[in-house]
Design a protein around this ligand. Structure first.
Ligand code: NAD
Length: 263
C-alpha cells in the first residue's frame, strides 16, 4: 500500500474525474473514495482513462452505514465495483462501526468472504475504536489490515496507534492536514517549515510518514496536489518530531467514533 494516497471526500462526481487525473499525473497511485462520497463513477472514469496499468493502482472504497449487514455488504461491494468500473478493489473498508446497529461483525464476515472470493485484495475498517477493533479481532478470522482514523498533529491518537502496532494493523490517517482549518497556521509548524524551506502542509505530511502513518491528503488545486506528494529530499529532526508531538490537543474536525452511531 503506498504510504501517500489521494483522498476525494467532498469532491463532486463531475470534478472527481479531473482531480484524480491531475493526481495520477502528479504521481499518486493510491486513491481513497467511498460509496458515501457519491464520486466513485468520476474516480473510475479517471482511472480507466489514464495510462497507468491497473496493477500499479491501489484503489480503496468504503461501505456506507446503511450498507452494513452480511448480504447488504456483498451487494454494496458489487455496486461500488460497478460504479468504479473495476473487477477488484485493493482495499475495502467498513466506513463507521455504528455500534448501535450492532451489525459490524456480520458485515466483517461478508468482507472476509469478498477477500476469499478475490473481489477485494485487502479488507479493513475505518473509525474503529480499541473496543470495536478488539471485538473484530476476537471473533473474526482475518485481522483488519488497516484502520483509517482521523489523525493529525492536533489529534495524534497515541492509544489507537499503539494498539494497531501490537496487532499488525496499519494506521491510515484521514484529515491528515486537519482539513487545513487552523492546523496549517500553527506557529510551530510555520517555524519548522521555514527551517526546511517547505510548506506547513509538507511538514505535517512528512511527520506522518516518519511516524509510520499512511496519509491520504485531499486537494482540488493542482499545485497543492503536487506539493502534497513532494515529500522526499528532507527529513524532520528528532527535535522537530518532538515539537510536533507536543501539539496534540485532542481536537477533532470530524465526529467522535465513540458516540457517532452509538445510540
Ligand atoms: P485533509 O486533512 O486532507 O485536508 C484537506 C483540505 O486541506 C483541503 O480541502 C484544503 O482546504 C486543505 N489543503 C490541502 N492541501 C493543502 C496544502 N498543500 N496547503 C494548504 N492547504 C491544503 O482532509 P480530508 O479531505 O477530510 O481528509 C483526507 C481524505 O481522508 C478525504 O479526502 C477522504 O478520502 C478521507 N476521509 C475519510 C473519512 C472517514 O471517515 N474514513 C473522513 C474524512 C475524510
Amino acid at each position: 500500500m503506498p504510504q501517500v494516497g489521494f483522498g476525494v471526500f467532498q469532491v463532486p462526481d463531475d470534478e472527481a474525474e479531473r482531480v484524480v487525473t491531475v493526481a495520477l499525473e502528479a504521481g499518486y497511485r493510491s486513491i481513497d473514495t467511498a460509496s458515501a462520497y457519491g464520486n466513485e463513477e468520476g474516480v473510475g472514469r479517471a482511472l480507466r482513462d489514464s495510462a497507468v496499468p491497473r496493477e500499479e493502482l491501489f484503489v480503496t472504497t468504503k461501505l456506507w452505514n446503511d450498507e452494513q449487514g452480511y448480504d447488504n455488504a456483498l451487494r454494496a461491494c458489487e455496486a461500488s465495483l460497478s460504479r468504479l468500473g473495476l473487477d477488484y478493489l485493493d482495499l475495502y473498508l467498513i466506513h463507521w462501526p455504528m455500534t448501535a446497529r450492532d451489525t459490524y461483525l456480520e458485515t466483517w464476515r461478508a468482507l472476509e468472504r469478498l477477500k476469499r472470493d478475490g473481489r477485494v485484495r485487502s479488507i479493513g475498517v475505518s473509525n474503529f475504536t480499541v473496543e470495536t477493533l478488539r471485538r473484530v479481532i476476537e471473533e473474526a478470522d482475518v485481522v483488519p489490515a488497516v484502520n483509517q482514523i482521523e489523525l493529525h498533529p492536533y489529534l495524534q491518537q497515541d492509544g489507537l496507534r499503539a494498539f494497531h502496532r501490537d496487532h499488525g494493523i496499519r494506521t491510515e490517517a484521514w484529515a491528515p492536514l486537519g482539513q487545513g482549518q487552523g492546523l496549517l497556521d500553527d506557529p510551530a509548524l510555520d517555524r519548522i517549515a521555514r527551517d526546511h524551506g517547505r510548506t506547513p502542509a509538507q511538514i505535517v505530511l512528512r511527520w506522518h510518514l516518519q511516524i509510520g502513518n499512511v496519509v491520504i491528503p485531499k486537494s482540488v488545486t493542482p499545485s497543492r496536489i503536487a506539493e502534497n506528494i513532494d515529500l522526499s529530499g528532507f527529513e524532520l529532526s528528532p527535535d522537530d518530531l518532538k515539537t510536533i508531538g507536543e501539539l496534540d490537543k485532542g481536537i477533532r474536525v470530524g465526529p467522535d467514533p465513540a458516540t457517532f452511531g452509538a445510540a
